[in-house]
Ligand binder design. Structure first.
Ligand code: SF4
Length: 87
């Protein structure tokens, strides 16, 4: 996160929100954070890598919440593979 925020490195450190999003949406499924991080770095286009970390944290914190995701107001609901989503 420091590399990304302070030094502008196009990295995606996987915290609890990003781990959940990677698995729920299907963009980067994995049983541990290293697998999710590797998949995100492989799939996120270079031009969006610098912002992706921040955007995913905010999405996980305010929309795709751990206990009660707000799928009804989610901008990526049509792309998300989460089977339990309520749209
Ligand atoms: S549709 Fe629901 S589960 Fe999928 S990313 Fe949006 S809030 Fe999360």
């Amino acid at each position: 996160m420091v590399l990304n925020e302070a030094f502008g490195e196009p990295t995606i450190a996987v915290d609890t929100h990003i781990f959940r999003l990677g698995n729920r949406t299907g963009i980067a499924p994995g049983k541990d954070v290293l697998v999710v991080e590797r998949e995100l770095l492989r799939r996120v286009p270079e031009k969006w890598k610098k912002g992706a970390h921040h955007w995913m944290i905010l999405h996980g914190r305010y929309v795709c919440k751990a206990r009660k995701p707000e799928c009804g107001k989610c901008a990526i609901a049509d792309l998300c593979l989460y089977k339990a989503k309520v749209v």
